[in-house]
Design a protein around this ligand. Structure first.
Ligand code: 2YJ
Length: 269
């Protein structure tokens, strides 16, 4: 998992990238609507009674400037109540529990979770990112059933994405610079492992990129829909011209997906 940096997420608290307008244009859905669809809900939900604590975690490489504030802002945009705990780590956890919150969100270098306190269930960011970006891809592509979809990256997010897209009836291929990782997913989930990343990319219109890779525009198919959580994120002018949609944000789609899924564990529908 790539570590986020303050500059990557600096636009998140104030939403300077205006993510909802961009997503509406590409997918016809807002972040919240994408997250609800990913959680299997087909109507709007009022989350205003859900109380969330975001705990800064200092272990490993430590606190990332703006990370907790970004998560807090994302959760508030979904209509939930949220705050960043004053204390960090176990101290912050203790504060959240004493405050009686419904959900705790926290991340270290390896794991980012939304924990529903009442259900005692956690939703992790790998699944949230894969599901959020798969829903965005599905909407931007006008459905994926029977379509060839390429997943780039056979790591945690890619592995989740492969299973989700396959369950929706897509013909899923997967590629990774370490071919044996793609091959392992072929064996486990019955998808197709492709060894040549460049030819896989240039022969697919629908792509979920779960790798920290940078793709030259000459490899992007005309009219391609690329759902791309991977950071660093960069598409050159040729790539941006050729693609019909390039769906990306550094944190919000995956985080919103986690929060909505977690909240719904203990909400009547
Ligand atoms: O609390 C903090 O500020 C830090 N401990 C946050 C650490 C955030 N974690 C990462 O950046 C992970 N490597 C990946 C997060 C996944 C986002 N898609």
């Amino acid at each position: 998992m790539t570590r986020l940096t303050p500059d990557l997420i600096e636009g998140v608290p104030d939403d300077t990238i205006d993510l909802d307008s961009k997503l509406m244009k590409m997918c016809g859905k807002t972040v919240k609507q994408i997250a609800l669809e990913g959680a299997g809900v087909d109507h709007d939900v009022d989350f205003s009674k859900v109380r969330v604590a975001v705990i800064p975690i200092t272990s490993g490489m430590g606190v990332i400037g703006g990370f907790s504030q970004s998560v807090d802002a994302i959760v508030k945009r979904l209509g939930m109540q949220s705050y960043v705990t004053k204390g960090t780590d176990v101290n912050g956890f203790s504060q959240a529990i004493n405050d009686g919150v419904d959900m705790i969100m926290m991340a270290d270098d390896a794991m980012f979770v939304a924990y529903n306190v009442h259900a005692a269930r956690s939703t992790n960011n790998s699944w949230g990112t894969a599901m959020g970006y798969a829903v965005a891809l599905k909407n931007a592509a006008g459905g994926v059933k029977g379509k060839d979809v390429l997943v780039i990256g056979a790591g945690l997010v890619g592995t989740e994405a492969v299973q989700i897209l396959k369950s929706w009836g897509a013909n899923v291929s997967v590629t990774d610079i370490k071919f044996e990782k793609a091959k392992a997913l072929e064996e486990k989930f019955g998808v197709k492992a492709l060894q040549d990343v460049e030819s896989a990319l240039s022969s697919h219109k629908y792509i979920l990129n779960a790798a920290p890779a940078i793709f030259p525009g000459r490899l992007i198919m005309e009219g391609a829909v690329v759902s791309t959580p991977g950071v660093p994120h960069y598409f050159d002018e040729e790539g941006r011209k050729k693609a019909k949609a390039i769906i990306h944000d550094p944190l919000e789609i995956g985080t919103a997906m986690m929060a909505v899924n977690s909240a719904l564990f203990t909400m009547k529908q």
